[in-house]
Design a protein around this ligand. Sequence first.
Ligand code: SF4
Length: 247
Amino acid sequence: MQKDLKEQAKKFQDIEVKVKDMKKLIDNSLLSLVKEREEKELKVGIFWPSMIGDCMRKVYYMYKLGLREPNERSLKIMFLGTTIHNILSEALQKYGNVNIKSEVEVDLDLGVIKIHGRADNVILLEGDKASSVIEVKTISSRKSMLLAPKFYHVLQLIIYMKYFNASDGYLVYVYRDDLSTKVFYINYDEGLFNYAVQRLMNIHKYILEDKEPPPEAKLDENMQWQCHTCPYRRECEEKISRIFEKV
Ligand code: SF4
């Protein structure tokens, strides 16, 4: 009896070790795959299209303190976003009866600044006369059902539309929990494009003058989520507390 119990306990221990090892193997492999991204480097005056929606201070730090890897959770969410974009591109290509281009590159020369980079989550729908731009965004859960597109997503799409000379744009939100979608139509608007450019010009000025912009995300409740995953949070908060110390 005693011997049986001992054998049983040993069996459970062995299973526990096997489960732990398997979890470690899966988690480490997944993380390595997620981190397998091409090296990116920044040059002053050249902005990535995705920066339009980033907190201004965070973008400033990216240029001044160097690029830092996002935390593990953000990396995995970004990876899921790209994976869903690839699935959608493949589905449209295979069953949608449309001509598409994905993994497109944007290169807009605006004089003082440039917007350059690969548009990872964009699909170009090629029609007979004009193209439409589809930008794919993933969203956490249907509980946070969107009633309108997010402003900075619209600005990013407008940049792509300008570059591809498209008057029609679509923001497609894909819910990560069940792959259901919500689609918004966006008409090209030159005023919004100018606003986006001005925003980047402002950040460029802060960089050239070596002056930290205000902590935009902390001050705007719609952007506050960015602070939770910001790799420059420590520097930003130290700066804020130094300001309070002086008051
Ligand atoms: S912590 Fe928030 S406010 Fe500060 S730089 Fe990061 S995103 Fe911007």
